[in-house]
Write a protein that binds this ligand. Sequence first.
Ligand SMILES: [Zn+2]
Length: 80
Amino acid sequence: MTLPQRVSELESRLAEIEGKHSAPVRRSNYNCDSCFAPMNIVGEEKLDRMDVLGQVVHKLQCVECGRVTRKIFTPDDDYI
Ligand SMILES: [Zn+2]
């Protein structure tokens, strides 16, 4: 196999891998504190607390200004 062939094969394989890793964007129901645009959930951290079941910290990013914030999310009360 020649080098250009090898490179294009690697490129197509890389595109395939990147496609698989682009997880669907999750939209939160929290709006940005500065521009009030919707925010996407870009990360999630479990809280090690037994008193509030299912409570997690969502890392949110604004779709407009890119501002990143962390909010505690509870299944019952939404963002607190
Ligand atoms: Zn914003």
